[in-house]
Structures are given as structure tokens and as C-alpha cells.
Write a protein that binds this ligand. Sequence first.
Ligand SMILES: *Cc1c(COP(=O)(O)O)cnc(C)c1O
Length: 230
Amino acid sequence: MIADNLQRVRARISDACVASGRSPGSVALLAVSKTFGSDAVRAAHAAGQIAFGENYIQEAVEKIAALTDLPLQWHCIGPIQSNKTRLVAEHFDWVHSVDRLKIAQRLSEQRPAGKNPLQICLQVNIDGGANKAGIPPEAALELALQIQSLPNLQLRGLMTIPEPAADFAAACAVHAIARQLFDALNASGLALDTLSMGMTADLEAAIHSGSTMVRVGSAIFGARTYPNPV
Ligand SMILES: *Cc1c(COP(=O)(O)O)cnc(C)c1O
């Protein structure tokens, strides 16, 4: 079932690329395995999936430990408290949810010697939700420049989680704001290659507006049976 679902998601991604005149290889798929066990990850890996996203650090660390026999790539996409940065620095390959300098500094200091630099995206609050995680768009350049100067981190791009939109056009409009910010940062001298946006419900709109990585959970693994504890 997971293999079939993955096949369908890959087809959605390539159809969306073709529909917007993009190359099907230009959008990466991150399989969001939060709340699902290591068996589900194994099944997805057997169907060719390498990159997995997790929100809850403790849950992720246990899963990662149970799967060290597979060559997987782990992305942290959930909120990070200061007291969890060491676990993140030790166990993950990517972090999409950096939204303040202090967290980045701790990740940099705590990245074990000998590991590749941790790959970083800044989480941007693109639609201005009052209680939402993420930096305001106008703060992105300054934080990006600060993070670029830290050792053991490699700044790759931006991540967004917009509110559900009313329809395709509305979703595209919000994602387009993120893409404009991404392009503006690159025009200011950054070399970002990753725009992490789009989930099960809105991946077509995100790809239409220039996403380079979609994060898909329920369309691959099924509905989650326990809610987000955040
Ligand atoms: C859960 C989650 C996803 C995947 O959501 P689906 O709607 O199940 O595809 C993507 N990104 C983040 C940050 C998430 O927390």
C-alpha cells in the first residue's frame, strides 16, 4: 500500500511539474513519517524513498536508531526547543525549522565533529499568522547572513507552512510570495537551492509556484491516528 501511495505521489509531482513547464526532476519528495513506525519507513525505503521528515525529536531519534541499517536521510521539520538541539545536531541531516539565531548557534556548536554540515532551511511565516512559528519575511536576510557565518551548518533555503487555502489560486498566491522571497534572497547574494513548501493538500500549487521540495505525509502513509502534540 505504501509503495502504491508513493507511486501516486510521484505521479502527482511529475504531473504538476509538466503542467507548469518544469522538469520533473526539479522537485524532491520528502516523505513525512511522523507518527508512523519504523516498519512504515522500511516499506517506503523498499519502494525507493530515501529522505524522511520527522516533527517530534524523541520519536524521531528512536526511529532513526531502529533504522541505522538503511542509508536514509533524516529531515527535522518540527519546532525545536533549545534543550533538544543536541539530539537534532547528532541525529539529523537537515533541519527545515530554524527560526532563530540561538537555535542555529546551538546546532552549529553541537554538530559532532566528522559529520557533514547540517543542512539548514529557515522557516518563514509567509502568511503572517499571529501565533505561528517562523520568522517574518523581512527578517529572513539578516538571519540568513548570520547563519551563513556559523561553522558546521550549510544554509540551503526556506521552509513554509501556510494556512490551508480556499482554492488552487489562493494557494498559489501564498506560495508565490515565498518564491519571490527566495529569489530576492538569491539576488542579494545568497546561494539558496531549496524551497521547502507544499504538503499532501497543496503540493500542486506549491510546485506551480516554484517549490523545490514537497513534504508529504498522509498521501504516503495514510491518515495519522494521533494528533500533533505541539
Ligand atoms: C505533518 C507535516 C507535513 C505533512 O503533512 P501531510 O498533510 O500529511 O502531507 C509536512 N510538513 C510539516 C511541517 C508537517 O508537520
